[in-house]
Each structure stands twice: as structure tokens, then as C-alpha cells.
Write a protein that binds this ligand. Structure first.
Ligand code: ADP
Ligand code: MG
Length: 359
């Protein structure tokens, strides 16, 4: 068993916050270490928080990716890996995951991960690789295929080889980083967005990008690994955004998925143990079943604002991260598939052994 890894990333104060009372900070980060202190209003009795990594305001996209490299690379060895970005709207989730995809320094985790995988593949000249991309959105408890928006009610299944899978999601073959980024942008352009008072460009949906790698060895064995990158909807309480009507209903359903996520995290980290894990309570938790308490390697990035204006949301995100640190996964590689010829050979060998034992 190994705990999921939890990183905390603090974005810099933005131009609206600078020079106002909101410029006061609610966090003091120990830049050299992995802890920080909450200095906002209503501090808890212990206001010190520690995580596997703390990325302060000055952290770069490269710093952020550094801590994910091994997790990403394990996909080439037949593991499933998940990177989740959690936090209130405007806290830096999309910046962290995507960033400016065309800038070598400002590109985020996803393009870096694809580049890392491409580099890793070059180390196995004897293997043949097939890489595919899927992009889905969970919106109002429906799963929509962002690479084919006509498919808007996809189902989650447990596949014997691939584990938890969104059935019938379009899988486009990708050749290299640029190809992948272009297709991904196409998908993201289809993401449903509705402006709220809090952030005009804010997204009210959860977006999941899958990069699937199949690695065929010369002897016919096929290894399979899946990288799952999740840009969660804003974790803020609905009342602060001033949403009404249609958007408020969306908020309830988004909160359904997020509160189900909280319930799953609570059940997994319950000190008494043995609890039923309510994965089936929402589409989001079902999609993440492998990643939380399952066999995948998982990194959770808690994104937060340092501004005093956002202190309550930042504290709530810190607490979520602390709870999630207790989640244990039993990391396991996916089953290796064999070709029919290999299976026949293995069967013949076993039969010969049985005959030999009989004799
Ligand atoms: P979210 O996806 O959580 O709603 P965004 O990633 O869109 O938030 O970030 C909100 C704004 O803050 C964007 O303009 C983004 O470019 C900026 N931002 C977020 N994190 C950082 C960072 N670490 N460094 C610089 N700018 C950032
Ligand atoms: Mg975003």
C-alpha cells in the first residue's frame, strides 16, 4: 500500500488583488520545505499544514512537473497514473494542467507529460507503441465526449484489461506532443462554460484527459498504461459566486460530484476502516475509482489563492488535501496481454507438464 501524493500549489496574487486590502495574504509558505502556515481569519488550532510538496508563489511550471515525472513515466511500464487538480475557481488548476501549451516555459503538466512519454518510448526501440487520447467532461452528472460532442451520455465500465473506463469515448491516435496538444485543444474548446460572477471564464464542469499507451514487445506481450489528468470544477461554495437559476442548478449537480468526492475521501480515510466506499454516488467518483483507493499511482495537486479575500476557500482546500493524504492505493501494474499464439504455446507447455506429472 502506498499513500497518494498530495502537492499544494499557491498561485501569485493577481492584478486585481495587488494594491488592495486583498493583497494581504492568508498563507505563509516555507519555500525550502514542504509546509505552510495558514494566517487567514478563523485559524484552526493547528494552523500548520504539511504536504508531500509545497509549491510557493514563485514556483514554475517546470518545478511543478518535476514532482510528477516518475508517476508519468510509470505509464510506460504498464501502470495507471492519475493527476488531479483541485481548488476554487481561479486558483490555478487549468494553468497548472495546461498552461500556455505553446510556450516552452509556460506549458503545463499535460503537454509536459506527453513529451515525457514520447522521450521514454525512445528508450524501447524494440517495442511498438500506440498512443491514444480521449477527452471527456462531466457536467450535470452526464459524461460528454469532448472529441465527439454528439456523444453526451457515456457510461463508466470496469474493463477486465483497462480497469475503470469510459465506454465508447472517442480514442484518437496521437503522433507526438504537438499532435496531442492540438487534439486536446479541440476537445477543450467543446467544454461547456457558463460565466459566474466569480470568474467570467470559469468552468463549471470536470474535465478528464486520458492518454493511453499500448506497448507491444517483440515477443508479442502487450503492456497497457493509462494517464488520467483531471481538471476539477471549482470547489467553492455556491453562495459566494452569486449564481442563480440555471447556473445554481448546475452548481448543485457539480457540488453533488464534489461532495461525493469528499465522501469517498472520508470513507477511504476513516480511522475505523471497513467502510463502504460510495464510488457509485456520482459520475466523478466512479471515473476516479481506480485512482482513489485503487491500483493507480495518484498525485493530487491542491491549487489555492494566497489572498486574504479567499482565506475561507483556501482553508477548505488545505483541509481537503490533508484528508486526502491518508488515502492508500495498492499500486499494481495492469495485466499483460498475450497474443493467441503465445496463449497456445503456454497451454501446450502446461499440458506437457500435466502429462509428465501423470507419468
Ligand atoms: P482555475 O482553472 O483554477 O479556475 P486558472 O488556472 O484559470 O484557474 O487561473 C486563474 C488565473 O490565474 C489565470 O489567468 C492564470 O493564468 C493565473 N494563474 C494561475 N496560477 C498561476 C501561476 N502559478 N502563475 C501565474 N499565473 C497563474
Ligand atoms: Mg479552470
Amino acid at each position: 500500500m502506498s499513500g497518494i501524493s498530495v502537492a499544494l500549489r499557491v498561485r501569485p496574487l493577481n492584478s486585481r488583488e495587488q494594491g488592495t486590502t486583498a493583497a494581504a495574504r492568508c498563507l505563509t509558505v516555507d519555500e525550502a520545505g514542504s509546509s505552510l502556515q495558514y494566517t487567514g481569519r478563523d485559524p484552526p488550532p493547528n494552523a500548520n499544514f504539511s504536504f508531500d510538496r509545497v509549491l510557493g508563489e514563485a514556483s514554475t511550471q517546470a518545478d511543478t512537473f518535476e514532482g510528477l515525472k516518475d508517476t508519468v513515466a510509470s505509464v510506460l511500464e504498464g501502470f495507471n497514473a492519475t493527476v488531479l487538480a483541485y481548488g476554487q475557481t481561479g486558483s490555478g488548476k487549468t494553468h497548472t494542467l495546461l498552461g500556455d501549451v505553446s510556450s516552452p516555459t509556460e506549458r503545463g503538466v499535460v503537454p509536459r507529460a506527453v513529451a515525457e512519454l514520447a522521450q521514454g518510448m525512445a528508450r524501447y526501440p524494440e517495442c511498438r507503441f500506440k498512443v491514444t487520447l480521449s477527452v471527456i467532461e462531466i457536467y450535470n452528472e452526464r459524461i460528454k465526449d469532448l472529441l465527439d460532442p454528439a456523444k453526451d451520455n457515456l457510461q463508466v465500465i470496469q474493463d477486465p484489461v483497462r480497469g475503470i473506463t469510459v465506454a465508447e469515448a472517442t480514442e484518437l491516435p496521437v503522433a507526438g506532443e504537438r499532435d496531442c496538444v492540438e487534439l486536446m485543444q479541440l476537445g477543450i474548446a467543446n467544454r461547456a462554460v457558463s460565466a459566474t460572477a466569480m470568474n467570467a471564464g470559469s468552468s463549471r464542469s470536470h474535465c478528464v484527459i486520458y492518454v493511453v499507451v499500448e506497448k507491444a514487445h517483440a515477443d508479442g506481450r502487450v503492456e497497457f498504461g493509462k494517464l488520467c489528468l483531471v481538471d476539477l470544477a471549482g470547489s467553492e461554495r455556491q453562495d459566494k459566486t452569486g449564481a442563480v437559476g440555471q447556473t445554481a442548478t448546475e452548481g448543485n449537480l457539480i457540488n453533488k460530484s464534489l461532495s461525493a468526492l469528499g465522501n469517498v475521501v472520508n470513507a477511504l480515510t476513516d480511522p475505523k476502516g471497513g467502510k463502504h466506499i460510495p464510488y457509485r454516488d456520482s459520475k466523478l467518483t466512479r471515473v476516479l475509482q481506480d485512482s482513489l483507493g485503487g491500483t493507480a499511482r495518484t498525485v493530487l495537486i491542491i491549487c489555492c489563492s494566497p489572498s486574504l479575500f479567499n482565506d475561507a476557500e483556501t482553508l477548505s482546500s488545505l483541509r481537503f488535501g490533508v484528508r486526502a493524504k491518508g488515502i492508500q492505493n495498492s499500486v499494481q501494474a495492469n495485466a499483460v496481454r498475450r497474443t493467441p499464439e503465445q496463449l497456445a504455446k503456454a497451454l501446450a507447455a502446461a499440458q506437457a507438464e500435466v502429462e509428465a506429472l501423470k507419468a
